[in-house]
Design a binder for this molecule. Sequence first.
Ligand code: ADP
Ligand code: MG
Length: 451
Amino acid sequence: TELEPSLLPRPRRLLLLVNPFGGRGHALQYCHTHILPMITEADISYNLIQTERQNHARELVQAINLAEWDGIVIISGDGLLFEVINGLMERPDWEKAIKMPVGILPCGSGNALAGALNFNGGFEQAMGSELLLNCTLLLCRSIITPMDLVSVTTCSGTRCFSFLSVAWGFVSDVDIESEKYRHMGSARFTVGTMVRLASLRTYRGRLSYLPVTESHLHRSISRSITLAPNGSLSSFQRSPLHRTISDMGLCEERNVLFKRGSSILDTNELPSFDASPSPSPLNALQSSSFPFDSVPDDLAPQNHVLHGVGEPSPVRHMHGPPDDLLVPLSQPVPKNWVTVEGDFILMLALYQSHLGADLFTAPSAYFNDGLIHLFFVKAGITRAALVRLFLAMEKGTHFQLDCPHLHQFHVRAFRLEPLTRKGTLTVDGERVEYGPIQAQIHGSLSNLITG
Ligand code: ADP
Ligand code: MG
């Protein structure tokens, strides 16, 4: 007897959005030589749309019929995914829309999320067409992992949703100033870094943050375990649990409750994991150390005891979940936050393992760890030491340098108040208005095609 066509599994339908000007402008060419042949082979049907201008993708996803698609895939750099995520969040049905799986195939100059996907997929760090092939393979496997988003509010009250980073100082300067070297592809960041090093700037500012608590960390670990697909956790060494535990065993973080040697979960209680060591890139992590020395006097924590307000009352917005950890920028931060003030070289809030395809900046970060990995480098660092940090970052070994100017904290929310009048701020590599800015994490708000 003949099967009802409706009973047959239908091929997956992906909406492919290509920015023909991303990176060195080779995205369309890569579609024909690399991407479409593999996707076709995997029995995936697709519609390919070329973006015609900035914000085109943002408008497109606001108008699509969600039921027609199994995923939206960006063929560009991180900037185009930022547009898509915000387009989905601007829909009246944002709660449903933001669950649409999104994917990325690296054809831009900034390919940080692709770097994280490549690492999570167990591949060696890669660039260019090798990175693209790895990511296309992963896309064809179509495994979906929840991904945290960070809600970012700027001084005018504008809110956007970020999947990658908020940067101030050195990192954002390089990102924006290197736009003119776009024709070089990802090499633009290397050149930009050299130029900015030659005239190193310091920025005065006040950085406040809400550290994670042990109970929150516990919850976020359990969540990663229950939600992660079986396939991607076949190796315990690659699991977010292992990463978090190695972190805890290796680091002592001020204001965070966990201590060296303490473990909050007994790994023996997790029979579903194969705990035998495997040759994963994370082996390198085990020998790395994460020194969180005390914050020096010039950046001493100043808890807002006098000005502290009580429990934050959520800031309301038209769309998207309320920011229950934030108070308006006009009010002092809640009293359980920590504040450091002083001269900085850079501030970076990162929630993916990679800041670029070859920048393994937050080795312990995982798509849905519920954490903002907050870094800052304070003034006083020599140019040579800063160069060493960036060079070591390629392998993720920058913390082994024991640089006293580098600090890292795991936080759920932060506020940055720049006190230097001029500067740049970026969200996911895109420039935003300069001034006080604050953000909080929304765990597992979106879905990412991780493979
Ligand atoms: P890259 O990593 O090379 O910067 P992105 O994906 O970040 O690549 O894209 C850079 C910018 O280009 C984004 O801000 C995006 O909005 C914009 N954009 C997208 N499509 C077009 C287009 N057709 N013409 C010009 N700009 C575009
Ligand atoms: Mg970009």
